[in-house]
Write a protein that binds this ligand. Sequence first.
Ligand SMILES: Cc1cc2nc3c(=O)[nH]c(=O)nc-3n(C[C@H](O)[C@H](O)[C@H](O)COP(=O)(O)OP(=O)(O)OC[C@H]3O[C@@H](n4cnc5c(N)ncnc54)[C@H](O)[C@@H]3O)c2cc1C
Length: 477
Amino acid sequence: MSVINCNCCDLVFDSESKYYAHYIGIHKSTSPSVKKILILGGGFGGINVLNKIEKKFQNESIEITIVSDENFFLFTPMLPQVASGLLHPSNITIPVRYFCKKAKFLHASIDSIDLEQQLVTIQRSFDNKVRTLEYDYLVLALGGQTNFFNNKNLEKHSFTMKTITDAIAIKNHLIVMLEHAAQTGNYELQRTLLTFVVVGAGFAGVETVSEINQFIKKSISKSYPTINPKNVNVILISAKDRILPELNEKLSEKATEFIEKDRIMIIKNTKAVDADEENVQLSNGGKLSCATLIWTGGTKMDRVISDLNCEHGLGGRIIVDGSLRMKNKENVFVLGDCALIKDDSLNSYYPSTAQHAIREGKTVAENLLLTFKKQNKLKKFTFHSLGIMAIIGERVGIATIAGKNITGIPAWLIWRAYYISKIPTFGKKLKICVDWLTDSILARDVTLVGSIKKKEIHSIHINENMPSIKEQLMSNN
Ligand SMILES: Cc1cc2nc3c(=O)[nH]c(=O)nc-3n(C[C@H](O)[C@H](O)[C@H](O)COP(=O)(O)OP(=O)(O)OC[C@H]3O[C@@H](n4cnc5c(N)ncnc54)[C@H](O)[C@@H]3O)c2cc1C
């Protein structure tokens, strides 16, 4: 006699009908014949797939679940503006539940994926309990993580710029540095406290250095009369011979000009190789005394992605076919920063950007529907971004749009108009506009938010033998 193991609670059943009764009664309101779409990751890729399939799948019997370790979608292009106090943190975050019309959201971290058994193991955030989810179709959109290239000292002594917590921590730290510097007459100490080093001259690094430079200088002039602005050093370290290598050379030179005009020092052809509490060691033999080190130097894959039994390529990303399916797995789609997608027209790979993740989301949703309808011909992903842009100073931007270089105020305005249009809700758009507007007339806020008390609930005694809420409800009927 064959036995059936329940994927959710490990109970064993000797017949399908008993298992189905248990499954429907205890774990799900739907029958196992309903197809399950499981989306992993609530960032640009995951949310865009969710948005599209919520609309595309109308009468099909499907159950959609999205799992993410943050309960919100984060609009990363505006993250540096949170670190500089220009935007309020909650204005660039939108709860994942807002996007869930039919879908179920689970706030949990993904532990492992078994592609053979079609199972995903997750860990609930509130009590660390492990749970297994089954899927018929899997969407992988777990993004990437900050890469310190195994350098533990750099990891220990650097701030990162990836999450909303990072941006809040950086802003608080900058204020602490200003408060400390305001209290010391020791020139050496003040210089160390007022030296801010950003490693990595890609978009995240350049926008971060420019934002924190504005915050520090504006705050000193408004709120810290005892600090000599000449003691402030804001430094950008680039491993390459130019900043923003994603841009054409002319625009990259123009960006360098703007940044240096704002008195930010750029050190090129140099890597940060070691750090301690107050120093960063450079590959050119130099050492900088600094109390602030921000690392935007690289991206690596989450362990869940690296551990997957599939083909990985450049940077550990998962190799997908032109339809964004994992090789040899027709029911697994991969997109965003964790996918390696060949751009046949340029014989290279598509870059890892939010712009691309959004478009890939559209293709994945269309292909999910086609796969569901048992169509053999799926859509190919092709996208060529009309432009790239960055804000690199007060009312200063740079952009290349349809091959044309734009700089200064026009590029800054285009950046703001484009990115505000991409913010998912009207309410958040409005709040961001208010933040931008008030910043032109008011001083930046230097309120130091203290440490936030977090009550751990892991130790709350849970009686494992208690019936579940659902079981209790069923027994009352
Ligand atoms: C500071 C900064 C500025 C940027 N500026 C721009 C810009 O101006 N323009 C642009 O196009 N791109 C920009 N990017 C890049 C852009 O953010 C990424 O390309 C985009 O977010 C990729 O989308 P994604 O869905 O692959 O990953 P993400 O958006 O990172 O989403 C991944 C999701 O998976 C979740 N997750 C990860 N691991 C786990 C796990 N183990 N368990 C559960 N959940 C997990 C995360 O919490 C997150 O919700 C910027 C990035 C940064 C950091």
